[in-house]
Design a protein around this ligand. Structure first.
Ligand code: CU
Length: 412
């Protein structure tokens, strides 16, 4: 009783101290190198923030597998498109990479972009944080940005209906065939208990050991035991064979689970890409500010401006650039949009073919709240992200940014 009361007290305290953001599900605990230098998600869009059980939400967008992929992680040779939610609260009914079904896993390429789309169906009511996610074999789940989704209704109404390739209509995949499975499980458990029971009803262990020591092991197995064993063996084989034949007849057309991999071409590359070289990157610990000293080469025939720095799903947007602001949807998760955005001491457009050294500052407490400052104690000490540029017509170009980062502990 006292323990229970104590627990309740602690829980209440934790609830009181926590904002709603604490209801996330561990994405902030991933090491910064996993979040900054693997899958860079952008243009992520959720069709709605509220659905009922059985209704769909579509999560779509793009991701780039970062060029400066951490050396300690396996390459993306087997990648699976999933969704990051707290448990099976949504059923993924469709998934695509570059328009091709992504039911299987497949190999993707580094430094290339992919377009994804997942259709998720409400299953368990509640308020859930929904992320797009790619799973890379050996590297684990790599999460995109998370959006809150309200699922209303009753879990008991959930239905996953489909029609198989041979025309069989399955009313609810959640319960389909479960009776048969339970019946067979029950049958085999009964068989096992009967077999074990036959032997267990005898005197055990010490008595048998004594008989063995005296050389009377023949007396331990009677004629009845042998007959029972033989009948049991024949019965087991007959049941297995009979059941297989019955199943074969009931479901004449079955397709084995597909163990192959899908193949998909990445999105086409830009003919000419803006090159960003990090000369010096520092993180000002007291000022909570990341400062990137970069050299930018613009190979295009039109001037461009820096519009956004994106890392670890955080979007530092240049508020002074309308083209960049236009890319931020009104319902985009506010916790991923640092309020001050991107600070550029020199924001003048970079002329065609110009190479410019410039300072890019991303200042916000979010570095702490998102626990990205632990990057400074990562053994490889590297920062990574994407820099988005826009020309006068609002056309976008994306560049990789990566380099070593040094902490600065004394404020300037
Ligand atoms: Cu989340």
């Amino acid at each position: 009783m006292r323990i229970e009361a104590g627990l309740k007290c602690w829980l209440t305290l934790v609830l009181l101290l926590s904002g709603h953001a604490v209801w996330a599900h561990g994405e902030r605990n991933q090491e910064p190198f996993l979040r900054m230098r693997t899958a860079q998600f952008y243009d992520v869009h959720w069709t709605t923030e509220k659905i009922a059980v059985n209704e769909n939400v579509v999560v779509s967008g793009r991701f780039r597998l970062f060029e400066d992929w951490p050396a300690n992680l396996p390459q993306p040779d087997r990648v699976f498109l999933g969704n990051g939610t707290p448990g099976p609260v949504l059923a993924r009914v469709e998934s695509y990479i570059n328009g091709a079904p992504a039911i299987q896993s497949g190999r993707l390429q580094l430094n290339r972009d992919y377009e994804f789309k997942t259709v998720l169906k409400g299953r368990i009511p509640g308020r859930h944080h929904v992320h797009p996610m790619v799973n890379v074999e050996g590297a684990g789940p790599l999460l995109g940005p998370g959006q809150w989704l309200d699922v209303t209704g009753d879990h008991r109404d959930f239905k996953l209906s489909l029609t198989t390739v041979d025309g069989t209509h399955i009313d609810n995949l959640e319960t389909w065939g479960v009776d048969t499975v339970l019946r067979w499980e029950g049958f085999w458990i009964l068989m096992a208990l009967t077999f074990a029971g036959w032997w267990l009803r005898r005197p055990l262990l010490m008595t048998r050991l004594r008989a063995l020591e005296l050389g009377h092991e023949e007396a331990l197995i009677t004629r009845a035991d042998r007959r029972f064993g033989a009948i049991f063996l024949v019965l087991t084989v007959l049941v297995v064979f009979g059941a297989a034949t019955w199943t074969e007849q009931k479901y004449p057309r079955t397709i084995p689970l597909q163990a192959g991999q899908f193949r998909v071409e990445p999105l086409p590359r830009e003919a000419q890409e803006i090159v960003v070289t990090v000369k010096r990157a520092t993180y000002d610990v007291p000022g909570r500010s990341m400062k990137l000293n970069v050299t930018i080469h613009n190979p295009l025939d039109r001037p461009v401006q820096v519009g956004e720095f994106m890392t670890s799903n955080l979007r530092f947007v240049n508020h002074a650039l309308p083209a960049a602001m236009a890319r931020v949807a009104a319902n985009y998760p506010a916790d991923l949009l640092p309020r001050t955005g991107l600070t550029l001491p020199d924001a003048t457009p970079i002329a065609p073919h110009e190479t410019r050294s410039m300072l890019i500052e991303a200042t916000d407490a979010v570095w702490e709240t998102e626990r990205l400052t632990s990057l400074l104690s990562d053994p490889d000490n590297r920062v990574g992200g994407l820099l988005f540029f826009y020309d006068a017509a609002g056309q976008r170009a994306i560049a990789n940014v990566s380099g070593a980062i040094v902490p600065v502990f004394v404020g300037s």
